[in-house]
Design a protein around this ligand. Structure first.
Ligand code: AMP
Ligand code: MG
Length: 326
């Protein structure tokens, strides 16, 4: 697979289109237009719109491939949410002229939660809470074959393009192919840049990134690890898999995700890590769980064989795993 492969071209185009839709909805609706799923996590018109567009494109180009995506249309089909479905259809229609409420639901439902030999893992909006706050979020799509990620594409519409200029231009597209490296482009086009992780060797110089949401990671434990390693720089809290992107481009040295005490048995979902992990690895980084085990994306939508996540520049990985044994 190279960057001209149909898989890569389709994944990049679909992801960018979905992110344009998400940004438009963000501007138009801000906090309005969200409904609560049964698990109480916020899901927006944008989640549904993004999934509808990406699933439609993938299915059109790869009719035999399975798609494992976060959302389904059950809540959307509820007559109580007909207004939401109308709005989703309205926005999708800007990009897919033949959209209708029924078609939008059927495109969303191209996805199932059944993992096969070759499938696409999609988080139509990773970091929905960040999206609702106007902070970071990502549209994350990965192709997985026999349990290994072959391709990862991630659009981060609110992420600053230059790692040294957080107030500068925003909108990053990350992508990586197995064995072919990891890249960043501006979302509105332009040259692609090869990414490589930071070369820092001294653990005290680690720059850590972690979730914003305290329920998603154990901030206190992260702080204790920072003290143990004499890390002076405060960690950067950021929503979504954008954290993998900033490790890949050598900005952060460590993305740590120790399960939060509010939900210690939480199992990570494949769509929250598949795209990000190959983007960090192909830039020279290392990705394991907190026990040092490689990520196992082959056992269903939940990563039952892993506990938490550690993403580093590689050089510091073993030191961090050792320090985590507290
Ligand atoms: P982040 O923005 O890195 O905090 O990650 C967002 C993702 O965290 C969401 O897409 C959820 O799938 C996931 N998530 C939800 N609950 C938890 C939890 N208790 N622990 C870890 N991750 C979670
Ligand atoms: Mg997610």
């Amino acid at each position: 697979m190279d960057e001209n492969s149909l898989e890569v071209v389709t994944a990049i185009q679909a992801t960018i289109t979905a992110s344009v839709l998400c940004q438009k909805i963000n501007r138009d609706l801000a906090r309005r237009g969200s409904i609560l799923k049964s698990d109480r996590s916020p899901v927006t018109i944008a989640d549904y719109g993004s999934q509808a567009i990406i699933c439609k494109w993938i299915k059109e180009k790869f009719p035999c491939d399975a798609i494992v995506a976060e959302e389904d249309s059950t809540d959307l089909r509820n007559p109580a949410h007909s207004r939401i479905l109308e709005q989703v259809t309205h926005y999708v229609n800007d990009f897919v002229p033949d959209a209708s409420p029924e078609r939008v639901c059927s495109w969303i439902d191209f996805s199932s939660h059944v993992v096969t030999d070759r499938f696409w893992a999609l988080d139509p909006i990773d970091g929905t809470k960040g999206f609702l706050r106007g902070d970071q979020y990502a549209i994350a799509l990965a192709l997985i074959e026999n349990g290994f990620v072959r391709l990862g594409v991630m659009a981060c519409p609110n992420l600053y393009v230059e790692k040294d200029r957080p107030d500068g231009k925003r909108g990053c597209l990350f992508f990586a192919m197995k064995g072919k490296g990891s890249f960043q482009m501006d979302m509105d086009g332009g040259e692609k840049r090869v990414l490589s992780v930071s070369k820092i060797e001294n653990p005290s110089e680690t720059f850590m990134t972690e979730s914003v949401e305290p329920d998603h990671a154990d901030h206190l434990f992260h702080q204790r690890l920072a003290e143990k390693l004499n890390i002076l720089r405060p960690s950067l809290r950021m929503d979504s898999q954008a954290k993998y992107g900033i490790v890949a481009r050598g900005e952060a040295t460590l993305y740590l995700r120790v399960p939060s005490p509010s939900e210690p048995g939480y199992k990570e979902k494949i769509w929250d890590h598949a795209a990000g992990s190959i983007i960090a690895e192909e830039a020279g980084g290392r990705v394991t769980d907190v026990l040092g085990h490689p990520l196992d994306l082959s056992c269903g939508i939940k990563m039952e064989n892993n506990h938490g996540i550690v993403v580093s520049n590689g050089i510091l990985h073993d030191i961090i795993l050792e320090a985590l044994k507290m």
